[in-house]
Design a protein around this ligand. Structure first.
Ligand code: FBP
Length: 253
């Protein structure tokens, strides 16, 4: 069964998402300068030509739904989240919004984080199973953030764990899987292959030098990724539009 639920998020069959759920995941310390203001981020996403914006429910309600932004950029509503305050070895990220409500807010996709290898992984597989079916019933895409994390995980970014994350996404029926970088183009290619017909996007990561993030993006695109979801490397940059242009050249050209 093939679906087209991702179509509104693709340009030249590629995806470039601006992630903005860090206020929840890491706290406002990540949102330096103007990036504390959701309208600044939404304007940036539109000016920068991003093909999707990732928000949590409250920001969507107050800044996106029924506004000019809703008419200009498709929304991926992140429907679970956790903070980094408890030092939990085996994390679980709880659901704070239903798929139906995400649809009401104008989302065309929902996003859900799974911590592969956490002692609570089975709860997340069960959650995602229901979310995926509900999303497809409502003609929305189900995007899985899959991050190896937990007391049983020795190396969160090993090539094996990265490919395992990709494969789990395929087997769970995700339309798109957001994974972190592993060591090289070669190893990332294995993850892309493990995901089969499910599209892979890179999760940007903490702010690094321009050259490093651009090289990583180049390497994942060569490995067959569909695109990237980037947050801190753009909105923590001194010139977010300039770095966006450089990223776009790699992703779309
Ligand atoms: P970045 O590009 O800033 O890394 O954003 C991607 C993302 O997945 C966000 O959606 C999320 O807030 C964050 O990374 C979670 O990262 P972690 O769980 O590693 O702290």
């Amino acid at each position: 069964m093939n679906n087209n639920f991702l179509q509104s998020f693709l340009y030249k069959e590629r995806a470039l998402f601006l992630a903005y759920d860090h206020g929840f995941e890491h706290g406002p310390k990540d949102l330096i300068g103007k990036s504390i203001d959701p309208e600044y981020i939404l304007d940036l996403a539109i000016k920068g030509g991003y093909t999707g914006i990732i928000l949590q429910k409250g920001i969507a309600e107050k800044y996106y739904t029924g506004t000019k932004y809703q008419r200009s950029i498709p929304l991926i509503l992140k429907i679970n989240g956790k903070t980094n305050i408890p030092q939990t070895a085996d994390p679980y990220s709880s659901i704070n919004c239903s798929v139906e409500y995400a649809k009401k807010l104008g989302a065309k996709a929902v996003g859900y984080t799974i911590y592969l290898g956490s002692k609570q992984e089975e709860r997340m597989f069960a959650d995602f199973g229901k979310i995926q079916e509900q999303a497809h019933k409502l003609k929305m895409a189900a995007i899985a953030w899959i991050y190896p994390r937990g007391s049983a995980v020795e190396n969160e970014s090993s090539p094996e764990m990265t490919a395992y994350a990709a494969r789990i996404g395929l087997e769970l029926g995700a339309d798109m899987i957001k994974i972190k970088y592993c060591s090289s183009e070669e190893t990332f290619k294995k993850a892309v292959r493990a995901a089969g017909k499910t599209k892979i996007i890179l999760s940007g990561g903490p702010k690094v030098e321009d050259e490093k993030i651009l090289k990583t993006i180049e390497s994942v695109m060569k490995a067959g990724a569909t695109g990237i979801a980037v947050g801190r490397n753009v909105f923590q940059h001194q010139d977010p539009l300039a770095i966006t242009e450089k990223i776009k050249k790699i992703v779309f050209d």
